[in-house]
Design a protein around this ligand. Structure first.
Ligand code: FES
Length: 78
């Protein structure tokens, strides 16, 4: 099973506005934590998500979360 590229072993803390976003699942896109439009590498698929409320979110950068795109603390077990 292919493994994603670990961008960082901590989440990105981002103040997001309501809207639609696409999270990179492979860890190789050039605009982390987002997908850059070139498509994720390997068998990974970018994850589309919508934000309804403006606030600070923790987006996964280790790419091992089971709650994509949000950090679930999986980075603590890497
Ligand atoms: S940064 Fe990936 S689970 Fe926290």
């Amino acid at each position: 099973m292919p493994k994603p590229n670990i961008v960082k072993t901590f989440p990105a803390m981002l103040d997001l506005e309501p809207g639609d976003y696409t999270w990179c699942a492979c860890g190789s896109c050039g605009n982390q934590p987002y997908a850059d439009g070139s498509g994720c590498k390997g068998n990974f698929e970018a994850v589309r998500f919508s934000i309804a409320h403006a606030k600070r979110y923790k987006l996964c950068l280790c790419k091992h979360t089971k709650s994509a795109p949000y950090c679930d603390s999986a980075h603590c077990r890497l």
